[in-house]
Each structure stands twice: as structure tokens, then as C-alpha cells.
Write a protein that binds this ligand. Structure first.
Ligand code: AR6
Length: 298
């Protein structure tokens, strides 16, 4: 297959008029229509869309379902349900998953160009800047994991406020990737040796261990981590940080109940501690302490 490049673009406009393979609808759990962009898409697509939606049995928050586009130009409509903002960052991974699951489903249907509205940023109340950063993080996370998919993503903003917030998030994400320190990206990259890489990918290892250094201090619950195989840079997957726990040293960490999730559980605690000195010195361990990062593959 050709190595077709992915693309991402921030645009301003009405999503129902776009010339793309697929548009994404910010729906509700019933999938039976509503206000905002949902209402606009159903009005533009016509009765056929609603009839097909009725056969789908609704959709869970953070998940996605697909229908035909009926009277709109796009062949497909992916319906996803964003979280309702409740004043905390707890639902951030759910909003990220809206983007990731929509892209996954669309790609499985041969879609190569897709437009998203600002999911959850209207009636569902997400602060625009955070919704924008999560959108950009989720899309970039997915594109990073599927580098040769040739997917063109348009983040379609309806008004100037959304357009500015998305541009800022996108530029910030690029700056964050340049590590100039002025922006804390909502995802981070970690390199893993082949064995732990595969173990985390299969869900057999759910705790990754790092020094609690400057970089790791910036990690937060709900962040996206892109894990890359040290022996093959193009092999990577995205995961969400589900828990963070600090320990004074490796021994304390391996003596906790987290031991069973570290991928070292077939060793003795002493051997597990020893194995960490292949990566870090005792001096670094004493200076920074260590961090147990619980992750779940996206
Ligand atoms: N094209 C692009 N973006 C649009 C359009 C359009 N035609 N119309 C609105 N937007 P919202 P939510 C923007 O409320 O927050 C519905 O009733 C809008 O300016 O549509 O995920 C569903 O049925 C905002 O930036 O979706 C659910 O009950 C963004 O789309 C609930 O709202 C999302 O706003 C979902 O709430």
C-alpha cells in the first residue's frame, strides 16, 4: 500500500456542507437527534438518517456508531456521544475516546477524509479551550498511532471563538512537541523496550515505572501517552493514564500491591528492583523518587 500522509486542519464553517467522506455528529445517547450540530445534521441529511439511527439502539458516551449520510455530501456520518462537563477533568479521557473511536470506526469503513465538530463544547458545557485541546490531542494521538493511514482530519469550528480556541490548542500542541516548556501537552510520548511494549499493548502490564523527574511531574490523570517500541519507531499505541502513585524508591513500589501489574511479577522483589538499574542509577532513584503510572490502552 502507498505511504499516504495523514493531515490535520482547523477550519471554520458549517459541517453539514463539507465535501468529505465522513462527518462526525456530536449526538446524545439516544442517537435520535437533538439541538446544536446534531439538529443541523439531521435536518440536512433528512428522514433516512433518523430511520437508520432508530435501528442502532443508542450509543454509550465515548463510543461511536456509523450510518450513511443520506442527503448530505458526506457518504458516512459517525455519531459519537461526548461527556457532559461536570467541572472536573475526570471525563477528559471519554472525550478523547470520542475522537479516537470515531476515527477507528471511520477508518474501518474506508474513510480517508473526516470532519469533526467541537464535541461537548456546546450544550454539554465543556470549556472551549479544554475541549479544543482534547480534540487536538485525541486526533494527533490517533494519527500518530496510524501514521500511514492517509486520513485527513478537519476540525470544523462553527464560530470565531471555537476557531481561535482550536488554533491555539493546535499551535500549543506543536510547541509542546518541541518541548519549549511553554505548554503542557495533554499527551506525552514514552519509549519502551519490545517486551514491556508488547505486554502493555496486550493489557498484561498496566503499570509503567519511571523516575519522578521534571517531565513526569507534569503527567496528569487522563493524559494520553503514546508508547513507542524502541526497536521500531513506527510501532506505537495510545494509552490513557488511569492512576499515578509516587514512591520513594523501586523497592517500595515493588513491595506494594502494584507489583502484580508491573510485568515483573514472575521475579522476586529483589530481582525486580535490580532490573531497574539497567535503566536508572541509584543516584537518580534517590534524587527523584519513582512514579508508578497506571495505563489503559486506547
Ligand atoms: N457545524 C459545525 N459545528 C456546529 C454546527 C454546525 N452546523 N452547529 C453547532 N456547531 P453541540 P455538544 C458547534 O451543542 O456540546 C445536542 O442537542 C457548536 O457551536 O451541538 O456535544 C445533542 O443531541 C459547538 O461548538 O454538541 C446532545 O444532546 C459544537 O458544535 C448535545 O447537544 C458542539 O455543540 C450534545 O452537546
Amino acid at each position: 500500500m502507498d505511504n499516504v500522509k495523514n493531515g490535520i486542519e482547523i477550519i471554520k464553517g458549517d459541517i453539514t456542507t463539507l465535501n468529505v467522506d465522513c462527518i462526525v455528529n456530536a449526538a446524545n445517547n439516544s442517537l435520535l437527534g437533538g439541538g446544536g450540530v446534531d439538529g443541523a445534521i439531521h435536518r440536512a441529511a433528512g428522514a433516512g438518517l433518523l430511520a437508520e439511527c432508530r435501528t442502532l439502539g443508542g450509543c454509550e458516551t465515548g463510543k461511536a456508531k456509523i450510518t450513511r449520510g443520506y442527503d448530505i455530501k458526506a457518504k458516512w456520518v459517525v455519531h459519537t456521544v461526548g461527556p457532559i462537563y461536570k467541572g472536573s477533568t475526570r471525563d477528559d479521557p471519554v472525550l478523547l475516546n470520542c475522537y479516537i473511536n470515531s476515527l477507528e470506526l471511520a477508518a474501518a469503513h474506508g474513510v480517508r477524509s473526516i470532519a469533526f465538530p467541537a464535541i461537548s463544547a456546546g450544550a454539554y458545557g465543556y470549556p472551549l479551550d479544554r475541549a479544543a485541546r482534547l480534540a487536538v490531542s485525541g486526533v494527533i494521538a490517533w494519527l500518530t498511532v496510524h501514521p500511514d493511514c492517509g486520513m485527513n482530519v478537519k476540525l470544523c469550528c462553527f464560530d470565531d471563538a471555537a476557531y481561535c480556541a482550536f488554533l491555539e490548542a493546535y499551535n500549543g500542541e506543536l510547541k509542546g512537541r518541541c518541548n519549549d516548556g511553554s505548554y503542557v501537552p495533554l499527551y506525552t510520548e514514552m519509549r519502551l523496550a519490545p517486551e514491556p511494549f508488547q505486554n502493555i499493548k496486550r493489557g498484561e502490564k498496566t503499570v509503567e515505572i519511571r523516575l519522578y523527574d521534571e517531565k513526569r511531574r507534569r503527567l496528569k490523570l487522563g493524559d494520553t501517552i503514546i508508547f513507542t517500541n524502541t526497536e521500531n519507531d513506527s510501532e506505537c499505541f495510545a494509552a490513557t493514564v488511569t492512576a499515578l502513585r509516587r514512591f520513594d524508591n523501586f523497592k517500595a513500589l515493588f513491595s506494594s500491591e502494584l507489583f502484580a501489574q508491573t510485568g515483573c511479577e514472575d521475579m522476586t522483589v529483589e530481582r525486580a528492583v535490580e532490573s531497574m538499574y539497567a535503566y536508572y542509577t541509584r543516584e537518580q532513584e534517590n534524587r527523584y523518587g519513582v512514579l508508578a503510572i497506571s495505563v489503559k490502552k486506547i
